[in-house]
Design a binder for this molecule. Structure first.
Ligand code: ZN
Length: 382
């Protein structure tokens, strides 16, 4: 096993009726006022907002609301949140939502003191002090509720960038799986598919890290089983809870331990598409690309791909395993090629390739993909 550092300081409160503890947790951290960051306002219809406000008031925590975080969150919205924080002299952030809201909350947590938030995402500056972030999770999948990653987009520059910072670890994350029962199916499916792909991004660089590989296989099987069950019975608490916890473990450091950093090319290829097409959500983009990434790369580590096909999909060949995955994604209503995303113009694939090359100096861990590799995978995925 390769050497690694495991560090995850996020305190997680998991289970039914845990959201009412948020005010108490914030107060215990010594924070007196927060920016309450949220998306389109669904939390006002499912009781989450009322529970949070009552808890904040009961603990004497002042708050200013900043709604309107959109999928593929924008630095422009983050900037206006920071202006609000400065105006009201707030000393913390409370992100209530799924991955997008939390990622924008992270940009405020790490970059509050910088002149320009986007500079940190462009790696021009490394933030070294921040503000505490608290999270109430409403959609499981990204795992961002317990890690140091944040993905932000810049509409003006048509760029989508990732920033890793220890300042991004939430101080406290509350995960009550029961509030996810009211989610529309496609959101549940998107969350589960994203978590499955996080497992795959780590898995294929492995060969002998039995502990981590075993954890990853268990997580993938659990995510598939939970999603299948929730497609039929969305109100089953145990399946919601299993999906929610598996999604945390899929990207909190445990499932990447000793795996050489994983591969992560498919996530960057997805970012390359949704930077130009912000209407392409994260999970559909990933499910459209992953089959082609698998077919393009499996010869580089055939025993590991064969093991995946057998232990996750119960198939006796790699191609059958990939086909089983495609069938499953389709049965959940997710696209398995770029064409099925419905909005991408084939003549813009070249532009998407160039955009992807600009995202990171290195694309891929199993194979470092060059321009020709990337173009070929997009073409296969078309
Ligand atoms: Zn992801």
């Amino acid at each position: 096993m390769e050497n690694f550092t495991f560090y995850n300081p996020t305190k997680i409160l998991f289970g039914r009726n845990t959201i009412s503890q948020i005010g108490n947790e914030i107060k215990a951290s010594g924070v007196k006022s927060v920016l309450l960051l949220a998306g389109g306002g669904s939390i006002k219809h499912n009781g989450v907002y009322d529970t949070i406000v009552a808890s904040l008031r009961a603990n004497g925590i002042d708050f200013v609301e900043h709604f309107g975080v959109r999928p593929n969150p924008l630095v422009e919205h983050s900037n206006s949140g920071r202006a609000l924080m400065q105006k009201h002299n707030l000393d913390g952030i409370l992100a209530v939502g799924g991955g997008s809201v939390i990622d924008e909350g992270k940009s405020l947590a790490s970059c509050y003191y910088l002149d320009n938030i986007w500079d940190a995402y462009e790696k021009k500056v490394v933030p070294d002090k921040g503000l505490p972030l608290f999270v109430v999770l409403t959609l499981s999948g990204t795992g961002t509720e317990s890690n140091m990653n944040s993905v932000l987009s810049n509409a003006a520059l048509q760029k989508k960038m990732t920033l890793y910072s220890p300042l991004h670890f939430p101080k406290v994350s509350i995960i009550d799986p029961s509030i996810q029962m009211s989610l529309p199916w496609h959101q549940t499916a998107n969350g589960g598919i994203d978590a499955i792909t996080h497992c795959m991004e780590n898995y294929f660089t492995g060969t002998y890290q039995e502990t981590t590989i075993g954890i990853l296989e268990s997580l993938m099987r659990t995510l598939i089983k939970s999603l299948d069950a929730l497609q039929v019975s969305p109100n089953n608490y145990e399946d919601r809870a299993n999906l929610a916890w598996a999604a945390v473990l899929a990207l909190n450091g445990v499932s990447g331990a000793g795996m050489n950093g994983g591969d992560w090319a498919t996530h960057k290829l997805q970012h390359g598409i949704s930077a130009l097409y912000p209407e392409v959500a994260h999970a559909p983009g990933l499910s459209a690309l992953f089959p082609s990434w698998l077919r393009y790369n499996y010869k580089l580590n055939e025993p590991q791909f064969a093991r995946w096909a057998k232990n996750v999909w119960h198939c006796d060949s790699i191609e059958k395993g990939i086909a089983a995955m495609e069938l499953k994604f389709k049965s959940w209503g997710s696209p398995i090629c770029i064409r099925e995303l419905g909005c991408v113009a084939k003549e813009r694939l070249g532009e998407i390739v160039e955009n992807t090359l600009g995202i990171a100096p290195v694309i891929g861990g199993l194979k470092k993909l060059d321009r020709a590799d990337i173009a070929k995978i997009y073409e296969m995925a078309w």
